[in-house]
Design a binder for this molecule. Structure first.
Ligand code: 5GP
Ligand code: ZN
Length: 112
């Protein structure tokens, strides 16, 4: 999608600090980290949010979670939080599906 920030990052049109990449997904450090470790994992396909996940594209989401398990394991992260905001009221500011991976500090529940 031509005017999507994360599609531009995936295409290399906007620089990012890459953590991981494969055919289906791209992971990069958040520009405004909210924890000592804070990276985003996004599908290369433009899916607007979790609310646009279907039986057809759900395998990409499953793959992303396998990638999160692999990356956090490689980084030695034993405790972390995976977050996806859906819609502006929940805090979504970029409308390309992404999973935040946050780790390295105490976290509270419920989230704000
Ligand atoms: P959301 O608010 O949609 O859940 O998450 C979007 C995230 O993207 C935010 O945590 C924000 O800091 C991050 N972000 C916004 N613009 C950029 C950018 O240009 N580069 C990177 N690496 N992260 C960005
Ligand atoms: Zn996009």
């Amino acid at each position: 999608m031509s005017d999507c920030l994360f599609c531009k990052i995936i295409a290399g049109e906007i620089p990012s600090s890459k953590v991981y990449e494969d055919d289906l997904c791209y992971a990069f450090n958040d520009i405004d980290p909210q924890a000592p470790t804070h990276f985003l994992v996004v599908p290369k396909a433009h899916i607007p949010s979790v609310s646009a996940v279907t039986e057809e594209n759900a395998p990409i989401v499953g793959h992303i979670f396998a990638v999160i398990a692999k990356l956090t394991g490689e980084l030695g992260l034993e405790s972390y939080r995976v977050v996806s905001n859906i819609g502006a009221q929940a805090g979504q500011s970029v409308f390309h599906l992404h999973f935040h991976v946050l780790s390295g500090r105490d976290m509270t529940w419920p989230p704000g």
